[in-house]
Write a protein that binds this ligand. Structure first.
Ligand code: ZN
Length: 101
């Protein structure tokens, strides 16, 4: 069996974007695996990004994203706490980039 097809069939679930908190269909979300090895799924829980956030994070400026997610406690603190913290960190990074120009 091709397990990638099995993965794509698993669409009857909503997931929460870890960056903006939007609830999106799992089929519309992008898996975010902070360990960078999405095919080794044993014992791992995945986090998800909605498409706009995925695009922003991955194609505009990925630098520092993983640090920010870690620093904000992705997967270890409550969703509200994480989103608040992530938002602050992201704003700081935004500020830093703007100042550097
Ligand atoms: Zn999002």
């Amino acid at each position: 069996m091709d397990f990638r097809n099995a993965w794509h069939r698993a669409t009857d679930e909503d997931v929460c974007c870890i960056a903006c908190g939007e609830t999106v269909a799992r089929s519309d979300a992008r898996e975010y695996d902070k360990y960078g090895d999405r095919w080794n799924r044993d014992g791992k829980s995945f986090e998800y990004l909605c498409k706009p956030c995925y695009k922003e994070c991955w194609h505009v400026d990925r630098s520092g994203l993983e640090d920010r997610l870690e620093a904000a406690g992705a997967g270890t603190v409550s969703r509200d706490a994480f989103l608040r913290c992530y938002h602050d960190l992201a704003e700081d990074a935004e500020q830093t980039r703007a100042d550097g120009r």
